[in-house]
Ligand binder design. Sequence first.
Ligand code: SF4
Length: 147
Amino acid sequence: MRLTKFTDLGLRAVMRLAVAEENAPLATREVAEAMDVAYSHMTKVISRLQHLGVIEARRGRGGGLGLTRLGRQASVGWLVRELEGEGEVVECEGGQPCPLRGACRLRAALREAQEAFYSSLDPLTVSDLVASPTGPVLVGLVGRRPG
Ligand code: SF4
């Protein structure tokens, strides 16, 4: 099972925001730079995370992005499911549909395996992901490539 780049960036963003100081929210550009990814990619990811209610934009002086309570407590399995969408691990439909697609035991087995993968991530929360040693490393990434 391989996650999309979009999902990986989403997880990186929430991990970085999970270790941000409560009174020092980050700008999208800071998150992108800390994670060493293009700003344009990160804006799409941030937008999706906002839509999911995982992060919020705080306005005004000292404003920026922060994790919501849902974001902190969210199950990693749920978050990965949401970011990955409905896709299967094998493309059975698409431009050249597989002739077995209507009655394929392999397809059913792969769906079960995919669900087992997600389920294995369900007990984890975003907060779990930023426990040591990951959290301190994330904090140290702030402003690594100031733009
Ligand atoms: S053999 Fe089964 S799993 Fe593979 S593409 Fe065809 S329908 Fe999908």
